[in-house]
Design a protein around this ligand. Structure first.
Ligand code: MG
Length: 418
């Protein structure tokens, strides 16, 4: 498989981008997607990912994945595949690095707790929050709030969306466009500026595709699947390293066991540590090759020759049927044996309490938050945004400060050398 360096006809071309919410002159040396990627890397939310939990709490060991290392692994996998398929690597990298920016501290436990707190006030969803981070919460540029990313990067970040949130996006973005058309730029703080105009594409709001049942770009589809491949692989690695999963137990998972047996045949007597690494490496490669092959077949089968045809077709970036089954088996295994493990549950119960206590503390006393959040019109959303942006350790420290409770559960999941 020789990787093409030129863009395929169905790839996203930065020259044909649907544009940014606020018009900006092009950068002299970088294309629009490179610029998006750079803005994401320099953002505050990106730096915080290093102290946010993936599965294991951040303090439990220096070797476990964090949201930062997970995002880098997704970017690596997605770029490798993008190059072979002739997709836009810069766009893929931007989407991958930004896809988890909206995650709360403490992983899914934090998100569930925050959503429960917000249930009467619009709810909380990490994917929608990632978009809020890049659209409004990053506050660093003099001309606009947010990072003012291109439509294509924003579309890739918003990989799923409820009909209610999609309609909200459509309403606010079109309203802002009308205000801009009327010359009320200063008031249009949700403005979209699209080169090709509102009516030509039918995709002016990134909410539209969820209402119209259209697909996003192949670059966005690819990042979505690379995310799944990355966390399935690294959660096995972290699970084994933590001692919560053992290699014998993993023999129930055909995708792992077939490669483990292959490694064992080729390298009898290999240490369990190297066996795990080599097995995971082969699993990753097999999934990458499977995605490349299956996606190329789907593109050919549907005679795809433009980005518009990508949007109108069924999802094209995919596993083969057999790999899909194996991936589902692996996911089910991780769910039962890792995510629901009693020791993980102990820490997630603690994390849920921290988030809930913090939420109530800030609602009752908004002055405990920085002025940027105190001054917002919707206090509930302001508190939700503030907590969602926290790192694990900052949330723990705030819990100690405001609720005078011991912050850290006993350290029973320390990483070990397998
Ligand atoms: Mg992810």
């Amino acid at each position: 498989m020789i990787a093409p360096r030129s863009l395929a006809v169905y790839a996203c071309d930065p020259e044909c981008s649907l544009g940014r919410r606020y018009a900006e002159p092009p950068a002299p040396t970088r294309n629009a997607f490179q610029r998006d990627r750079d803005r994401i890397v320099h953002s505050t939310a990106f730096r915080r990912l290093v102290y946010k939990t993936q599965v294991f709490l951040n303090h439990e060991g220096d070797l476990f994945r964090t949201r930062m290392t997970h995002s880098l692994e997704v970017a690596q996998l997605a770029r490798s595949i993008a190059r072979v398929l002739g997709l836009n690597e810069d766009l893929v990298e931007a989407i991958a690095l930004a896809h988890d920016l909206g995650h709360t501290p403490f992983g899914h436990a934090g998100q569930d707790a925050l959503n429960a707190c917000m249930v009467e006030h619009g709810g909380f969803e990490h994917n929608f929050q990632s978009l809020r981070v890049v659209d409004t919460l990053e506050s660093r540029y003099p001309q606009f709030e947010g990072l003012n990313l291109t439509f294509e990067t924003r579309e890739g970040i918003l990989k799923h969306c409820s009909a209610k949130n999609a309609q909200y996006l459509v309403d606010t973005e079109i309203h802002a466009q009308k205000m801009m058309d009327a010359g009320l730029n200063a008031q249009a703080d949700q403005v979209i500026e699209h080169k090709s105009g509102l009516s030509k594409t039918g995709l002016v709001s990134i909410g539209s595709r969820f209402l119209d049942h259209k697909q996003p770009s192949l670059e966005a589809q690819l990042c979505n699947l690379a995310d799944e491949v990355a966390y399935n692989a690294h959660d096995i690695d972290d699970g084994v390293r933590s001692g919560l999963i053992d290699l014998e137990k993993l023999s129930e998972v055909p995708l792992f066991e077939n490669f483990r047996a292959e490694v064992h045949r080729e390298f009898p007597g290999l240490s369990s540590r190297k066996t795990a690494y080599e097995t995971i490496r082969r699993m990753l490669s097999a999934q990458v090759y499977d995605i490349i092959d299956s996606t190329q077949k789907a593109i050919a089968l549907n005679s795809i020759s433009s980005l518009e045809e990508v949007r109108g077709a069924a999802p094209l970036v995919c596993f083969s049927e057999s790999m899909r089954i194996q991936s589902t088996q692996l996911k089910r295994f991780l769910f039962q044996n890792l995510y629901r493990h009693s020791k993980v549950a102990q820490t997630t119960d603690w994390a849920r309490n921290v988030v809930t206590d913090l939420f109530n503390a800030y609602i009752n006393n908004p002055k405990e938050m920085p002025p940027f959040y105190q001054s917002r019109a919707n206090l509930y959303r302001a508190v939700s945004d503030y907590i969602a942006g926290m790192t694990d350790r900052f949330a723990g420290a705030e819990h100690l400060r405001l609720c005078a409770q011991s912050s850290v559960p006993s350290e029973h999941l320390r990483a070990q050398i397998i």
